[in-house]
Design a protein around this ligand. Structure first.
Ligand code: HAM
Length: 416
């Protein structure tokens, strides 16, 4: 028997109310802040993600779905959305638009990870990217937008973690100091950390191995090594967050798993924190557009995993509005009833009244049972006699009463 591939899930009708709720709130909040939707392809050129400077990240080394198409072109299923958005910004000459260009996306993202609660091989991201402006105000705008979005869903008790990882000027100096710190204790760290010391030293700080955590706690703080510009930028971000009453915790170990970040990085964690608990991750990436072939252009943004948001909605017991389904069921008896049902269904739908039409030759009893199970408000019953008089039996399923009405006036009863 076939099953959905490991790490993927079917989003069943019963789940769709959550998805519709989250997606519509995302669109609402983006409208408030002037972010416009951009949809990029689900697959991209392999090189867009596997840039030389991105090697050493788990995403590129272990998690990408890579394949060749029939022409031999090497492609990757979208492993994150920031690089594709930047690619589209360059490709469509968005540098000529008023800056910053504010964009958002919603869609599936693929990572070959070890599946567990809240971690999938296909997940869906909602994210925002603001391109073409280096100011701290924009960092704060995207953090505020992310928080506003989560609050609009009713999620509470969220914490914001904040850090600055400096720029191409000051970060290398800090990385050298961090390496020195770890060289002295290299025999005590885990195997992965020994590799990180060579390939991706910043990631030493967020090693999850219990034995390594102490070394990260004791490591020098990058905030003590920022250049004056990065320090001023970070100070301004914090100042504006305070102006907006957005509480945050500075965390010198927050470095993020992707290679492209500069200056501000942040995550939002929910109330109950587990290993995979960040619901939002983001930051500034002032070098990325240049790395993928554009003119030097700053950018800042975040992404959030819709599955993780829904897990948290459920954990916090938040109810979501139900998806609209038809409130009318049409039952029928005999050939004349069936034919009248087909025509009446069409007439009601033309009037924007949703209808579920009974099919097959079921008994009236079993049709009514089905109507009950579907939870409709009204059932219309078309028997041979009613049809011959242009009438129908209208049954109110909650009150359990029925009356005979002219088919032509049904819509008024149904809308009442
Ligand atoms: P990320 O932290 O890799 O950042 O992913 C963003 C969010 O996507 C996470 O906080 C989490 O909610 C969700 N997520 C990631 N991986 C999975 C997974 N395997 N299963 C379920 N949910 C997952 C980025 O992708 C950056 N592009 C964010 C960004 C935008 N930075 C700047 N702009």
């Amino acid at each position: 028997m076939y099953r959905a591939p490991r790490g993927t899930v079917d989003i069943l009708p019963a789940e769709q109310a959550y998805w519709a709720f989250v997606q519509s709130r995302a669109a609402d909040v983006c409208r408030l802040y002037g972010y416009q939707r951009l949809d990029t392809p689900v697959f991209e050129d392999y090189g867009l993600f596997a840039r030389s400077d991105a090697s050493g990240t788990d995403l590129v080394e272990k998690e990408m779905y890579v394949f060749e198409d029939r022409s031999g072109q090497k492609l990757t299923l979208r492993a994150e959305n920031t690089a594709p958005v930047c690619r589209a910004y360059i490709e469509h000459g968005m540098a000529n638009l008023p800056q910053p260009v504010r964009l958002y996306y919603l869609g599936p993202t693929f990572r070959y990870e070890r599946p567990q609660a809240g971690r999938y091989r296909q997940h869906h991201q909602f994210g925002c990217e603001a391109l073409g402006d280096p100011s701290a105000t924009l960092d704060v705008e995207v953090i505020e937008l992310a928080i506003g979005f989560l609050s609009s869903l009713g999620l509470c008790n969220l914490s914001v973690l904040l850090n600055s990882i400096g720029c191409r000027q000051c970060q290398p100096q800090y990385v050298a100091i961090l390496r020195n710190h770890y060289e002295a204790i290299s025999s005590e760290v885990c195997d992965d950390c020994r590799v990180r010391m060579v390939r991706n030293p910043l990631r030493l700080l967020d090693c999850k191995e219990p034995g390594c955590r102490r070394f990260a706690d004791e490591a020098p703080h990058i905030s003590d090594y920022l250049c004056p510009d990065c320090e001023a930028h970070f100070g301004e971000v914090q100042k504006q967050l305070r102006l907006l009453d957005i509480s945050f915790t500075l965390n010198h170990k927050l470095v993020r798993g992707l290679d492209y970040y500069t200056r501000t990085v942040f995550e939002v964690l929910p109330e109950r924190q587990t290993g995979q608990s960040a619901i939002v991750g983001g930051g500034r990436y002032d070098g990325l557009i240049e790395q993928i072939g554009g003119k030097p252009t700053p950018g800042v943004g975040f992404a959030t995993g819709i599955e993780r948001i829904i897990l948290n909605l459920k954990e916090q017991g938040i109810e979501v509005p139900p998806v609209d389904t038809p409130t009318v069921y049409i039952a029928h008896l005999g050939d004349a009833g069936r034919h009248a049902a087909v025509q009446l269904s069409r007439r009601l739908r033309d009037m924007e009244i949703g209808v579920i039409t009974s099919t097959g030759g079921k008994s009236l009893k079993s049709q009514l049972r089905q109507a009950n199970a579907l939870g409709v408000r009204h059932t219309i019953i078309l028997g041979e006699d009613e049809v011959s008089r242009g009438e129908a039996m209208l049954r109110d399923m909650t009150a359990n009463v029925q009356q005979t009405v002219a088919q032509d006036s049904l819509h008024m009863h149904l809308r009442a």
